[in-house]
Design a protein around this ligand. Structure first.
Ligand SMILES: *Cc1c(COP(=O)(O)O)cnc(C)c1O
Length: 357
């Protein structure tokens, strides 16, 4: 038996999903395939509360993080950083040779609407990048408020790395005015890795049409992806197993009910925080704790590497901190298809293992 995944990605995958993926392939230029893609795309639109566009990508989320900046900025990007993944977005922007300014807060703190508003007041930017749920610190940024601030500035698009938040907490794409909310499927979608999805607003598509092709490249050109998408096709051969899995997962989510799913995430998050906040301290600033994962500090001063190792011996995978926070924090995911019973289970084992350290 493989260790059960309580790391913030890849996350636990239910057997029904694995079974759905293990189907004989179909040709990707057939009517059957078009039905599959069309079902999946309209299912995703519902889950993201959008009537605009959804693109699918056979890549991990980082592919779409790169695509976003290359398709959506002509002038200058404002990158907001509050941890390792939002920092990666800024690094991608730099490597792609785009103009940028960086606005960073201390890790563990949230990016706020006030911060975004004051940055945009200079009028220098045409794209904002922000992370919804910063997986390295356990901070969930106030996305609705940030979007409201961005939308005060016409011509500024909002691109959101929603990788570890999407489907664990609401993202009301149209109502809030988000131009791009992207995610890979191995986090709160609870599928195996290798695929990514994004919403795309009409005005973001318009922006992409105005960007020269060499800046966008071929594989991730939104205009090309959208054009094929209108015929329920992709320009390339997609990962068909992931589309089977997405179709299955969308059905399962609709059976559970999206609101119930969000509530389950909030309940699991509250349980995990209550378990460890006094003993270890929460790394995230109060009021911005994530619903999909918890990042604990180490006020207890225990050996966190040994903790993760001992948990693995018991067949539970937890995370010992990401990047610069390795050894200083540990993280527990409570997202996707994990249930409260799984959370009770892992917390019970953690209690035993901590006694042994
Ligand atoms: C996991 C993660 C990523 C990277 O996603 P990949 O699918 O590995 O490319 C980016 N941003 C956030 C917030 C993440 O949690």
């Amino acid at each position: 038996m493989k260790p059960k995944l309580f790391i913030p990605g890849p996350t636990h995958v239910d057997q029904e999903i694995l079974d759905a993926m293990a189907q004989y392939p179909i040709g990707h230029r057939t009517p059957d395939y078009r039905d599959l893609q069309s079902t999946v795309v309209s299912g995703i639109k519902n889950l993201l509360y959008t009537e605009q566009h959804v693109l699918i990508s056979t890549s991990s989320a980082t592919g779409l993080m790169e695509a976003g900046v290359r398709n959506l900025s002509r002038k200058k990007v404002a990158n907001f950083i509050c941890g390792a993944f939002s920092k990666r977005q800024a690094e991608i922007t730099r490597i792609c040779g785009l103009n940028q300014d960086i606005f960073e807060v201390e890790w563990g703190k949230a990016t706020t609407a006030e911060q975004v508003d004051s940055a945009l007041s200079t009028g220098d930017y045409d794209l904002v990048t922000v992370v919804f749920n910063e997986t390295s610190t356990g901070v969930m940024n106030p996305l609705a408020e940030i979007a409201e601030a961005v939308n005060k500035y016409p011509g500024v698009l909002l691109m959101v790395d929603a990788v570890s938040g999407m489907l664990g907490a609401p993202i009301k794409v149209d109502e809030w005015g988000i131009d791009m909310a992207l995610a890979s499927v191995q986090k709160a979608w609870a599928l195996p890795p290798g695929f990514a999805v994004t919403s795309l607003s009409e005005r973001a598509l318009e922006r992409s049409r105005s960007i020269p092709e060499p800046q966008k490249g071929f594989y991730f050109d939104f205009v090309r992806l959208h054009k094929a998408g209108e015929k329920s096709q992709t320009p390339i051969t997609p990962s068909i197993p992931h589309l089977y899995a997405l179709a299955e997962q969308i059905n399962r989510i609709n059976v559970e009910g999206l609101e119930n799913r969000f509530q389950r995430h909030r309940d699991m998050a509250n349980r995990v925080r209550d378990w460890g906040k006094d003993q270890f301290g929460l790394f995230a600033e109060a009021g911005y704790e994530s619903d999909t994962l918890t990042c604990f500090g180490n006020e207890a001063g225990i050996d966190l590497i040994a903790l993760a190792d001992k948990m693995k011996e018991r067949n539970y995978l937890i995370s010992g901190g990401y990047g610069d926070l390795k050894g200083q924090t540990f993280r527990l995911a409570h997202m996707g298809d994990l249930q409260m019973t799984d959370i009770e289970d892992v917390l019970g084992v953690l209690d035993e293992v901590i006694q042994e350290l």
